[in-house]
Design a protein around this ligand. Structure first.
Ligand code: HDE
Length: 754
């Protein structure tokens, strides 16, 4: 009987698969050796920690004490989504081994159907991102101006922070020139507070109604869908030169702020003016700032472009690696405060205009708390992709203002999640769940995971005894500040002060150091030379002329076009040194030092330098001709990058190992210094020379000990050039190199020209 024969074959196959010793260890699908015959019930099902409900996990794995998961599956047996155990997941159910696949194969359909629906729409903007869990600790310094509980002294609040680029798709490169998102979800005891900011304090538009315009212009062209994640194309420049309120933000994008070195080294800004309210009901206008403990640092443009190809995940990797290695990035939250006057201006600056900043010299940033990112997400999709920020997520003590950009955002974020996350129940997703008790009357809808009980989800009711009751000011209610609304006619207009589009770009330009100005000129020249339309370039020069004549003239030269005269009188604002990111010394935590060795050099020195780099909280990466281990004396050193896989963009500084001092007893070591330059040049791998020249061009610190300096010379780098150290001993070389690194880049290398 063919049916019984086939059934016998299935049984045989199952038995075969589980027969001890009949599996290839470690192969996909291989069973643990102790596996039992799955058709024999063997007691209750094992617990499935990976399938617990969201409550047990909590959005911050740490918080609930659940360790971050390292295995994909918790149970012993593979099952269907309904829990039926499977004996085969590699073959469809067929009419005979060569026959057609049967429609009745539920496992096949379930597996493929689920796969078919694994993607959700990416964010319409900020699609590319990376995130981390952390904690925010209030300093108590804001208590006089805000009653928000999480700002009180020593209160610790779990947070989830997502960084992003704006224009690129989900798979685009990290290091493109763009604004970066900096969105923070505070899981406070009073509800979720979302601070959805950027790394640039101003925005392209003053009114939310222009958002689709600016984004359509910045996104790839709709016909060919290119270029990806770039502003260097005609439609972007067409828009921002016609719509001159975009001038300030565009200038920031063309500055070094558009190409950050790391998410850990960016400032964050709430952009809009918010209104804080204290326990007595007194209000203060504020602008929020995040100040990174590591300082604000950038890549240089060529470096950013190479990185985009060599390691498109550069920022994502940098953040995750730093957190995993214990170099937990920190930012102070600060506020600039302004009196809540009727005209909503400060020193003549309109606080409702999101294209304007208030210089820190006029209103200092007062620190009010500390953010520490200390845990990586355990699942990208569940957390980083599904997190849903919304400006309307406010807590008592923080309120909004009439900034027309902010007002439109209050609508957009809730709306976008409904498409992106497939319905109105996204607040129930683990990463979005508030840590405050929820007692709402929202019911049903797609993906409802709560099993609500009772019959009276409405108010007023008598069937639930009238419950739940409403809160008041004394019981923690969120009460909007009753700001009077001036009586006015309905108009589609902006205030007159919104017409000033150039005075603050000029303030920014005048506040830059010569090095930063050179970078800005180069960025405009690059981007505009990528445009095809001469009219767009000419219009861009008109805009630049209204910022600064020198800026305009230099870009015009690069474009091969005449520099026009300004069309508005140029303001003479007081420069704001706080806007410059150069100068000063910063912690070097998590910085990456490449240690290059030809393999036959001073391994004792390499080992010592590696240890010292680690002890200093930085990351040493040993680079050698081939992978594996270097072993001259029984204490092997692991090679982390080969000459083929190492590219300068990965390192903040490069250190070249030398040969041991003459007479040192290391097998295979060069025992005499090579005198002849040609011989040296011939002996140095061209990839090492590329590493050196690129690092040099990008302003990075370079160091060498002993005859490691030969490689520098061969690459054409003078040992006494700015930002280059040569020492006899490894320890001295490293110490000088670290000093250089603290200043981020050796900008003096390029003075006075480009
Ligand atoms: Fe956003 N923005 N935005 N934006 N935005 C979104 O919300 C929007 C604006 C910002 O990591 C979207 O969930 C409008 C300013 C960040 O998940 C969307 C306007 C600032 C993120 C949206 C603005 C931001 C977003 C897309 C003009 C800095 C990423 C997906 C009124 C203060 C958050 C989503 C994350 C994301 C709308 C302007 C920051 C479509 C309509 C100004 C950091 O709702």
């Amino acid at each position: 009987n063919p049916v019984t024969a086939a059934a016998d074959k299935v049984v045989e196959k199952v038995q075969d698969a589980v027969r001890p010793g009949n599996e290839i260890p470690g192969a996909p699908g291989s069973r643990p050796p102790t596996v039992e015959e799955p058709t024999t019930p063997s007691g209750p099902l094992p617990p499935k920690p990976d399938q617990r409900g969201p409550d047990t996990y909590g959005p911050t794995g740490q918080e609930t004490g659940v360790p971050q998961k390292k295995v994909a599956q918790g149970g012993e047996r593979l099952t269907t989504a309904q829990g039926a155990r499977l004996y085969d997941t590699d073959h469809s159910l067929k009419a005979g081994p060569r026959g057609p696949v049967l429609l009745q194969d539920h496992h096949l359909r379930e597996k493929i159907t689920h796969f078919d629906h694994e993607r959700i729409p990416e964010r319409v903007v900020h699609a590319r991102g990376a995130a981390a869990h952390g904690v925010f600790q209030g300093y108590g310094a804001a208590e006089g101006i805000s009653k928000a509980a999480f700002l009180a002294k020593d209160v610790e609040t779990p947070v989830f922070v997502r960084f992003s680029t704006v224009l690129g798709s989900r798979g685009s490169a990290d290091t493109v020139r763009d604004t970066r998102g900096f969105a923070t979800k505070f899981y406070t005891t009073e509800g979720v507070f979302d601070l959805v900011g950027n790394n640039i304090p101003v925005f392209f538009i003053q009114d939310a109604i222009k958002f689709p315009d600016v984004i359509h212009a910045g996104k790839p062209h709709p016909d060919r869908e290119i270029p990806q994640a770039q502003s260097a194309h005609d439609t972007f420049w067409d828009f921002v030169t016609l719509h001159t309120e975009a001038t300030h933000h565009t200038l920031w994008n063309m500055s070094d702020r558009g190409i950050p070195r790391s998410y850990r080294m960016m400032e964050g800004f709430g952009v809009h003016t918010f209104r804080l309210v204290n326990a007595e009901g007194a209000t203060t206008l504020v602008k929020f700032h995040w100040k990174p403990k590591l300082g604000v640092h950038s890549q240089v443009w060529e470096e950013a472009q190479i990185t985009a190809g060599m390691d498109p995940d550069f920022h994502r990797r940098d953040l995750a690696d730093a957190i995993e290695s214990g170099a937990h990035p920190q930012w102070e939250l600060g506020v600039q405060t302004f009196p809540d006057t009727e005209d909503q201006t400060f020193e003549g600056i309109d606080l409702l205009d999101p294209t304007k900043i208030v210089p820190e010299e006029l209103a200092p940033v007062r620190p009010i708390g500390l953010l520490t990112l200390n845990a990586n997400p355990s699942n990208y999709f569940a957390e980083t992709e599904q997190v849903a920020f919304h400006l309307g997520n406010l807590v008592p003590g923080i309120d909004v203002t009439n900034d027309p950009l902010l007002q439109g955002r209050l609508f957009s974020y809730l709306d976008t999640q409904i498409t992106r996350l497939g319905g109105p129940n996204f607040p129930q997703l683990p990463v979005n769940r508030t840590h405050a008790p929820v007692n709402d009357m929202l019911r049903d809808g797609m993906h409802q995971t709560a099993v609500h009980s009772g019959v009276a989800p409405y108010r007023p009711n008598s069937l639930d005894g009238g419950c739940p009751f409403l809160a008041g000011a004394d019981t923690g209610a969120y009460i909007e500040v009753p700001v009077p609304v001036p009586s006015a006619a309905k108009v589609r207009e902006a205030p007159v002060s919104f017409d000033d589009h150039f005075s603050q770009p000029r303030l920014f330009w005048l506040s830059m150091t010569p090095t930063e100005r050179e970078h800005i000129v180069a960025a405009y020249t690059f981007e505009l030379n990528k445009c095809y339309e001469t009219a767009v370039k000419e219009r861009a020069l008109l805009v630049l002329a209204n910022i600064d004549g020198e800026l305009c003239a230099q870009v015009a030269t690069g474009l091969g076009l005449p520099a026009p005269a300004p069309t508005v009188p140029l303001a003479e604002p007081q420069p704001s040194p706080a806007l410059s990111q150069l100068g000063g010394s910063w912690p070097t935590d998590g910085r990456v030092i490449g240690i290059v060795t030809a393999g036959d050099q001073d391994l004792t020195g390499v080992r010592a330098v590696r240890r010292a780099v680690l002890d200093a909280g930085m990351v040493p990466l040993v680079i050698a001709p081939t992978g594996g281990k270097l072993d001259q004396d029984g204490e092997p050193v692991t090679v982390q990058r080969t000459f083929a896989t190492a590219r300068s963009t990965e390192f903040d500084a490069v250190l070249l190992a030398g040969a041991p001092a003459p007479g040192a007893d290391a097998s295979g070591a060069r025992d005499a210094k090579v005198e002849d330059d040609t011989a040296v040049a011939a002996g140095i791998d061209p990839r090492v020379l590329l590493l050196i020249t690129e690092a040099y061009r990008h302003g990075k610190a370079l160091g060498a000990w002993a005859d490691g300096a030969d490689a520098l010379r061969t690459a054409g780098v003078a040992p006494d050039a700015p930002g280059v150290v040569v020492a006899d001993e490894p320890a001295a070389a490293l110490s000088a190199l670290t000093g250089l690194l603290a200043r981020h880049r050796a900008w003096d290398r390029f003075e006075p020209g480009l």
